[in-house]
Design a protein around this ligand. Structure first.
Ligand code: ADP
Length: 203
């Protein structure tokens, strides 16, 4: 590792509380990676150069998991914005490995980047597609400086956590120069632990 520290404090209700489960890694001279447990719909930095990533489906149709949580929190205008994105083939607005961007509506961040990860058992080279899903050129083009990812494909798409975390961390390391801060907001302890292990190994 280059330099690693645990962020230890956050002000809650006027007092400072020790916050376990957040780790900080310097990934390039100008960017840091943060791992944390939590709900990505609550995440924001400044509402202007920040974005969260959604693990969407090819239709960009409201689904379950993190996608359902994001739609619930963003409000119904999000589904309308997704459906305005043109289909590239019948029923497909965003092919696997690609991304599309929308406003974030009622969420505190500025934008939502919808990316579609691979279904682990349905693709011959899922790691290539997962890599693509994490290499967000779109974020750079939209001047996003702070970005938060969930564990793409680790829910119903069935990607093993330890394999997914290696792909996620190594891809982010490569693209980190695009961002001031890259966060992973991970909903489950087991996923968080896999990410932490990969970060300690690869950074
Ligand atoms: P996929 O179809 O890409 O597998 P899922 O939404 O089923 O997408 O799962 C992706 C990951 O999102 C899972 O690891 C799940 O734990 C996580 N997740 C679910 N809800 C949230 C949330 N509110 N914030 C962050 N991560 C979440």
């Amino acid at each position: 590792g280059i330099a690693r520290a645990s962020i230890s404090t956050s002000a809650i209700g006027g007092r400072t509380e020790r916050k376990a489960g957040m780790d900080l890694f310097q990934i390039s001279p100008s960017s840091v990676l943060k791992l944390q447990r939590g709900d990505i719909t609550k995440w924001f930095v400044n509402g202007s150069t920040d974005a969260i990533v959604n693990a969407a489906n090819e239709r960009l149709q409201r689904g379950g998991g993190v996608d359902g949580a994001i739609h619930r929190a963003a409000g119904p205008l999000l589904q309308a914005a997704c459906l305005e994105i043109p289909e590239v083939q019948p029923g497909v607005r965003c092919p696997t490995g690609e991304a599309r961007i929308t406003p974030a509506f009622q969420l505190p961040v500025s934008r939502i980047i919808h990316t579609v990860g691979p279904i682990y058992d349905a693709h011959r080279h899922p790691e290539v597609l997962l890599r693509k899903a994490y290499s967000l050129q779109l974020a750079k083009e939209n001047n996003i400086e702070y970005i938060a990812f969930p564990s793409i494909s680790c829910g119903v798409f069935g990607y093993p956590f330890d394999e997914a975390s290696n792909v996620a961390i190594s891809t982010i390391k490569e693209f980190s120069d695009n961002f001031k801060e890259v966060h992973f907001v991970l909903f489950e302890d087991e996923v968080y632990n896999a990410w932490l292990e990969s970060a300690r190994k690869l950074l």
